[in-house]
Ligand binder design. Structure first.
Ligand code: SAH
Length: 388
């Protein structure tokens, strides 16, 4: 190897070189940030998690990438030229991501500042919760860069504490430990934030994801345009939809299988002076059947389940699950009622999901019109060509 080792500042050293096979090169030239192991021709002198120089078949420099010696995704592109990858590079990347969020005028003190690949910061997640940041470094490369990135994030955001919620399972694919640790300052057991005028007490240490389902904020806002009468909030977690819609509804019943989540909704409702909400611990699949048997009817129903299809093999079961809950929910709706139905399964695309909801309406003999189709909030943008 020659000319591919270059020190460019603390913790951001370009170490090693990766040469791509033609298919890998085409993929990178086509704009995709990931190259799989099978499309790599040669790896020279690259340590796990290093920033490597990436070359094409005829040794042409294609840019730089984060290298993993464990994941099937061997490299994640971070640049597409020869500009050095130093602290200034990362500062610029992070400030671009942060400035973009400034322009969104999000009505919340909790939102996503960095959404991985879409911010050209592959495998890095940064969520802001008031004065604190909760981050996830989901590849060897980003993990190794944490000592560089955390001080920059603190400088750019003025955060008083940074927590690494590095407990997602995907870290195992990178040979990384699942850990939760403070990387800067102090991070309390709960952080008070507001979203759409609702106050939440968030547990960044143990809450799902980084504490809240921030990706649904704008869908909650949109749902408020339709919500009315008696609302059933299924898979409510700590009340994202129920609390945001309570003011528009006569009553709210929230269902979640987790006792912890139910306790938190009740707390959050009390803290917001919301008195028309009740939360119960229940399995939605069973409870929808019970409600139907009891003759209950609702004007608005929210279905926001966890991802039913975690992988390709579980797609058929996932579709059956989506159909089942949508069918039962439709049967519980009063005429003119609204169903706010969601899927967060990457493996179930929009067409498959629409098909499942249609199958539900057809089996229930209830004609349904679609009034709005949405995706995750604007602080979670999607990079074109990178549906993953
Ligand atoms: N709607 C929430 C996010 C829901 S996340 C929000 O806007 O913030 C999915 C939730 O479903 C989790 O809280 C999980 O505990 C719950 N859950 C998973 N399976 C369930 C089931 N079978 N019945 C009820 N709740 C379930």
């Amino acid at each position: 190897m020659s000319g591919a080792v270059r020190a460019v500042g603390n913790n951001t050293t370009v170490i090693g070189m990766v040469v791509l096979k033609p298919r890998g090169e085409d993929r990178v030239r086509g704009g995709h940030p990931w190259v799989y192991r099978s499309d790599i021709a040669e790896v020279t002198g690259a340590e796990p998690g290093a920033v490597v120089q990436v070359r094409g078949a005829r040794q042409r420099v294609l840019g730089h990438a984060l290298f993993s010696d464990q994941s099937q995704i061997t490299i994640r592109m971070i640049s597409r030229d020869e500009t050095p990858i130093d602290e200034a590079f990362w500062r610029a990347r992070l400030s671009t991501a942060i400035r973009f969020r400034d322009t969104l005028q999000v009505n919340a003190t909790a939102f996503r500042l960095v959404h991985g690949e879409a911010d050209l910061l592959p495998s890095l997640i940064v969520d802001r919760y008031a004065d604190y940041l909760v981050i996830q470094t989901l590849s060897q490369g980003m993990d190794r860069l944490a000592p560089t990135l955390v001080p920059l994030l603190v400088e750019l955001t003025g955060a008083t504490g940074v927590l690494a919620r590095n407990d997602p399972k995907v870290r195992r694919l990178e040979g990384l430990e699942q850990t939760v640790e403070v990387l800067h300052g102090d991070v309390p057991a709960t952080i008070d934030v507001h979203e759409l005028g609702v106050r939440y007490s968030v547990d960044p240490w143990h809450g799902q994801k980084t504490g809240l389902f921030l990706d649904q904020r704008e869908n909650r806002e949109a749902a408020a345009r339709y919500a009315h009468g008696r609302l059933l909030d299924c898979f409510s977690y700590n009340g994202g939809f129920g609390l945001a819609l309570a003011a528009k509804c006569a009553s709210v019943e929230a269902l979640d299988v987790s006792a912890d989540a139910v306790a938190r909704i009740a707390e959050n409702a009390a803290a917001n002076g919301i008195t028309n909400l009740t939360a119960r611990e229940a399995n939605v699949f069973d409870e929808l059947r019970h409600l139907e048997r009891d003759g209950s009817r609702f004007d608005t129903i929210v279905l926001d389940p966890p991802a039913f299809a975690k992988n390709k093999a579980s797609i058929p079961n996932a579709l059956a699950g989506y159909k089942e809950i949508n069918l039962r929910a439709l049967r519980l709706l009063n005429p003119g009622g609204y169903l706010i139905t969601c899927s967060c399964s990457y493996n179930v695309d929009e067409a498959m999901f629409a098909e499942a909801v249609f199958a539900a309406s057809s089996d229930a003999h209830i004609p349904v019109t679609v009034v709005e189709k949405r995706m995750q909030g604007r602080d979670h943008p999607v990079l074109l060509g990178v549906p993953e």
